[in-house]
Ligand binder design. Structure first.
Ligand SMILES: N[C@@H](CCC(=O)N[C@@H](CS)C(=O)NCC(=O)O)C(=O)O
Length: 201
């Protein structure tokens, strides 16, 4: 399978999932400005959504939306327990996390990347994200990972989006639980491998 990614973008979460899975994969970088892949392909022809991540399966089928891609990867390597078994209550709880991170946290960051967004509006979005961080801190207190002791792809996703605080004038040290969590997730070899592949380690 082949992942299309942009360094530091939300596609990093799928990149982490791939390294954590131990599966064989290729990864091709996208230039988000030109929408051309490193090998010169027009990304709109690969996915009309033109967003990362996108995953081409070994059969040449395309999957988009990070939460679906991460679950597909996890299900290809069940022994790694990157998602709980399909059909179990735990699986729905892990999906609850993926959806929360995608809809509330990831997209809560998006306006802060918009250079045309007025600073006053950005302050409102930062304050809103702060409330999500309060919730995440309370949930993670006393646990290594979102699902307790077991790392799942949702942790790779949360790690990816929390990393954006460094570039967006958000001081994560106000949330010591989240600081500790980021450090814990960062120490995993699969996460380090993804960071290295994206030139961030
Ligand atoms: N709903 C998509 C959103 C993906 C997304 O927001 N990708 C961003 C990078 S983090 C992107 O490609 N932005 C460029 C664009 O929208 O043109 C998902 O969850 O995978």
């Amino acid at each position: 399978m082949k992942l299309f990614f942009a360094p530091g973008a939300c596609s990093r979460a799928s990149h982490i999932a791939l390294y954590e899975s131990g599966l064989k994969f290729e990864a091709e970088q996208l230039d988000p400005k030109t929408k051309k892949t490193k090998s010169g392909e027009d990304y709109y022809k690969i996915t009309p959504k033109s967003q990362v991540p996108a995953l081409l399966s070994d059969k040449g089928e395309l999957l988009t939306e990070g939460s679906a891609i991460m679950q597909y990867i996890a299900d290809q390597a069940p022994d790694k327990k990157l998602m709980p078994k399909a059909g179990t209550w735990e699986r729905y709880k892990a999906q609850e996390w993926l959806n929360y991170i995608a809809a509330e946290v990831h997209k809560g960051f998006s306006p802060l990347f918009n250079k045309d967004m007025p600073e006053a509006a950005k302050e409102i979005f930062r304050a809103n994200l702060g409330k999500k961080f309060d919730y995440l801190s309370a949930q993670l207190k006393g646990h290594d990972y979102l699902m307790g002791n077991q790392f799942t792809v949702a942790d790779g996703y949360l790690h990816t989006v929390l990393n954006w605080t460094k570039h967006l004038n958000i001081d994560l040290s106000k949330w010591p639980v989240l600081m500790g969590y980021v450090e814990k997730v960062s120490s995993r070899p699969g996460v380090q491998a993804a960071l290295k592949a994206e030139g961030a380690a």
